[in-house]
Design a protein around this ligand. Structure first.
Ligand code: AMP
Ligand code: MG
Length: 416
């Protein structure tokens, strides 16, 4: 008879591939009714928030047939050939309108943004004309509707222009202003508890002993949470002890999401998973075949989700970006933020790993009109200094063990 099977050996390893892990996060994450509470904010404070109402066009856009050029409003039937002569009978500037009608053989000077006079159905740009007194010579044929943006072609009054769940960027803020919204209903920001763990850590304000490390993850995570539209809540540093972890993790479960950094590897003092388990934690994965960030864990306790992110500062940044950022958009009332990989040419040959998806901090630049990507000069998962030069993660799929210079590789742009 062999050794008795210990409980830990019955538990499946729960290490997923990158795709499986991302899929698991996408499938598992849900939003509770409490989290979708909303508030009204002035437009100046709405940038980066998620819209909690539907916005409909307050009028047609454009509200009238609008000239897209400085030139002459004409009847296109008058300018069928490559040469025509018309009589200019007036002027229409933006903010004004033309009284009367453009009759056959006539035209009016018109500015960009001005309403097209009745009778006219096109605008000839000024560059294609010569004018002497009221005599306007036109040197090219003109189609109906040329250089005219037709009334309601951008949006019809009452049509949906911004949907609930839209993250408000500069363009959406412009749409809100155009429709007369000085205040807007947005979802409350998800509150994200941040718990750095480690006996070696001191807070950033403290002078460390030679064997201690300043906690950088709490600050970088808070910044990533803010970038992703959340509200960070610092729980302070947890020591590598069951008691300390238990009390701070319990506290953190009052937030919408709990992020623990460090303590999820296999070392003697990596107690985070054990404590999460003790608090009733259900794990959806306990590792992903990725580098950096292999020990990342994801699960829930009651209604609250948690991530255990590996403590090496680059691992923490990368695993946040890969798994937490997409979730934050969901918790904020938007959609799951699916990572979109772009492609660039590899600037110098490089080897990936057989069984891992490798994410290398790298930077992109144009060379001879093509995008190239070059790894940052980083020294591994602890090196945030060299990470600062990166603008993307260069991705090697499992098995891409040698990739030639000039080959196309996936890159995941960093939010910058
Ligand atoms: P761990 O994931 O706890 O095994 O930690 C891995 C490495 O990351 C160790 O070298 C830690 O000292 C370092 N580390 C862990 N947490 C932090 C933190 N909050 N700030 C900076 N470095 C950290
Ligand atoms: Mg540790």
């Amino acid at each position: 008879m062999g050794e008795p099977i210990r409980p830990s050996e019955v538990i499946p390893p729960m290490v997923l591939t990158y795709e499986q892990a991302l899929h698991t996060v996408r499938e598992r994450i849900t939003v509770t009714p409490l989290q979708v509470a909303s508030e009204t904010v002035p437009l100046e404070e709405a940038l980066g928030r998620v819209l909690a109402e539907q916005i409909r066009a307050s009028r047609d856009y454009p509200p009238f047939d609008r000239s897209a050029r400085d030139g002459y409003a004409v009847r296109s039937a008058d300018v069928q050939g490559s040469h025509a002569v018309l009589e200019c009978v007036g002027e229409v500037a933006a903010g004004a309108y033309f009284e009367g009608e453009i009759k056959p053989g006539k035209c009016a000077t018109i500015m960009t943004g001005a309403p097209l006079p009745s009778g006219a159905d096109a605008v000839v740009m000024i560059e294609a004309t010569t004018k002497q007194n009221e005599r306007v010579e036109i040197h090219q044929a003109v189609r109906a509707d040329e250089n005219v943006v037709p009334k309601a072609s951008e949006a019809r009054a009452g049509s949906l222009v911004l949907d609930c769940g839209t993250r408000l960027r500069a363009d959406a803020i412009g749409v809100l202003a155009a429709n007369g919204h000085t205040h807007v209903e947005v979802f409350r920001k998800p509150r994200v508890a941040i718990l750095p763990t480690g006996n070696e850590l001191v807070s950033a304000s403290v002078e460390p002993e030679w064997f201690q490390i300043r906690d950088s993850n709490a600050s970088s995570l808070a910044a990533q949470v803010i970038e992703a539209g959340g509200e960070p809540w610092q729980l302070g540093i947890a020591r590598d002890s069951d008691e300390d972890l238990k009390s701070l993790i319990s506290k953190g479960l009052q937030a919408d999401l709990l992020l623990v950094s460090g303590g999820v590897s296999v070392g003697k003092y990596d107690l985070v998973e054990h404590v999460l388990e003790g608090l009733g934690g259900e794990f959806y994965f306990r590792g992903a075949s990725i580098r950096p960030g292999r020990p990342v864990v994801f699960g829930r306790i009651g209604e609250k989700f948690f991530f255990g992110l590996p403590g090496n500062p680059v691992s923490t940044l990368v695993t946040f970006m890969l798994f937490v950022r997409p979730v934050l958009n969901t918790l904020a009332g938007g959609a799951f933020e699916e990572p979109v990989f772009l492609r660039a040419r590899l600037a110098s040959p490089r080897a990936g790993k057989k069984d891992l998806t490798v994410f290398v901090p790298a930077y992109t630049r144009m060379r001879d009109g093509e995008p190239f990507v070059e790894p940052a000069a980083w020294q591994g998962s602890g090196d945030i200094v060299n990470f600062t030069a990166a603008d993307c993660l260069m991705v090697f799929q499992p098995g891409q063990t040698s990739v030639d210079e000039g080959a196309w590789v996936d890159v995941l742009p960093l939010p910058r």
